[in-house]
Write a protein that binds this ligand. Structure first.
Ligand SMILES: *Cc1c(COP(=O)(O)O)cnc(C)c1O
Length: 420
């Protein structure tokens, strides 16, 4: 059931009206539904029942400790891309033994820290990274579990900025180089080759690219098997899309079922543990960005609603022309206009939505829907704006899970020049 619904003329999240949350916590404010996150997670979890599968949550979509904590309690694994994210997993009670370390540019310090913590696996993206991990593991007297991120050269059919599985992307190791890289990895004394992974992009709204990628990965698994390199797991990454406007992505369960079916048809398919790294699909529809209309303004033919959230709070529209539905929290009567919803930041790219028919007046509260993933996580302090507060609602309880940043904190790490 949708956690964001109108009741008595006001949008609620679970059992609380959003306008009372705006009064209590101020705006702009991210509001998440605990129930919506759990429902998304459990759909994956239940679909995986009876199969050897580790579903990881890709932290970069929304790395608030409360979100990690919630998913850790449900037994989720985690996909991290930095030492900072590793610290978050540890701080929130997640297990390093259920954490995979992805990313194209892991530093020596990050690799050391992950080796000492004991992560489940390094998802390695280049030959040079293999050599570095081998050396650092040797220095620490350990063997590093590695998987190679291969690039299956599959078009995920998504925005170029979030498509990662094509040959020209910076990510992964090209299909034709993968066998050589595995042979090298298998020859290095401080590495243990445990798996293979891919991640072809984000906001994917059909099953076909996932299955095409799996087929490419299975080809490599077979070729490696023939050369005596036997893997334990196959990690298909994340990327399942959500509905922002009228997209119709496959259900979480149907994706897992399609993968199980394809693996069942493979002679050794049942032997591999499966892993996934979902971010957006778990948290995307579970959050909104609450913002208040500061001014209405007309320039020529265009009508603007200037709101108190900007591109520093929600960057997706400016970055990828992403669409977020806009809803009035307490809709009222009145003539409608086609509004551009824009922020206070001094950039023409600072818009949140365009050409939305709404009846608005100054002081109205708006909810930017589907803002749970890559919203707060991508926010910045541009224009010396403190980041928004974050609240998680559980039934009729609201928990402040991140305080609004104070203005003093924004320059607390800075230093003036010495006197004189
Ligand atoms: C970003 C990312 C994910 C998560 O992607 P979603 O589209 O949010 O599911 C998973 N794995 C890797 C390696 C990533 O970079």
């Amino acid at each position: 059931m949708n956690a964001f619904q109108y009741r008595d003329g006001r949008m609620h999240v679970e059992d609380l009206p959003l306008d009372t949350l705006a009064e209590r916590f101020g705006t702009p404010c991210y509001v998440y539904s605990k129930r919506a996150i759990l429902e998304a997670w459990r759909e994956f979890h239940d679909a995986a029942a009876g199969h050897p599968v580790l579903i990881c949550y890709a932290l970069k979509a929304n790395s608030n400790l409360a979100v990690i904590d919630l998913l850790a309690r449900e037994g989720a694994g985690f996909d991290i891309v930095s030492a900072g994210e590793l610290r978050r997993v540890l701080a929130a009670g997640g297990k390093p033994s259920r954490t995979v370390f992805s990313g194209v540019g892991k530093s020596a310090d990050e690799i050391r820290e992950a080796l000492i913590a004991g992560v489940r696996c390094f998802n390695v993206e280049s030959q040079a990274e293999l050599e570095r991990i081998n050396q650092l593991a040797g220095e620490l007297g350990r063997r590093a579990p590695v998987s190679l991120r291969v690039n299956p050269d599959v078009d995920a059919g998504t925005h170029p900025y979030i498509s990662t599985g094509l040959r020209e992307n910076k990510f992964g190791i090209a299909h034709e180089d993968a066998i050589g890289a595995y042979q090298r990895a298998a020859s290095l004394p401080h590495l243990e080759v445990v798996g293979i992974d891919c991640h072809i992009g984000s906001q994917i709204t059909s099953l076909a690219p996932f299955i095409a990628a799996l087929d490419k990965v299975l080809e490599l698994v077979d070729a490696l098997h023939a050369r005596g390199i036997v893997l334990r797991h196959i990690d298909l990454g994340g990327g399942l899309g959500i509905r922002y406007a009228d997209e119709e992505p496959p259900s979480r369960a149907s994706l897992l079922e399609a993968v199980f079916k394809r693996l069942a048809a493979h002679p050794r398919g049942q032997r591999y543990e499966l892993m996934f790294e979902f971010g957006r699909s778990i948290v995307g529809n579970a959050g909104v960005l609450l913002t208040r209309v500061e001014y209405l303004k007309r320039n020529g033919e265009r009508h603007f609603a200037i709101v108190d959230a900007g591109m520093n709070d929600l960057m997706r529209p400016a970055l990828y022309e992403a669409h977020h539905e806009v809803r009035a929290v307490v809709p009222h009567e009145g003539p409608t206009q086609a509004f551009d919803i824009v922020g206070p930041v001094c950039e023409s790219g600072d818009w949140l939505a365009r050409d939305r028919r709404l009846a608005l007046k100054q002081g109205d509260l708006l909810a930017l829907m589907s803002a749970g993933a890559y919203g707060m996580a991508m926010s910045s302090n541009y224009n010396t704006r403190g980041r928004a507060a974050e609240v998680m609602v559980d039934g009729d309880q609201a928990h402040l899970i991140r305080e609004r940043e104070s203005l003093e904190s924004l320059f607390a790490l800075e230093h003036r020049l010495p006197a004189g």
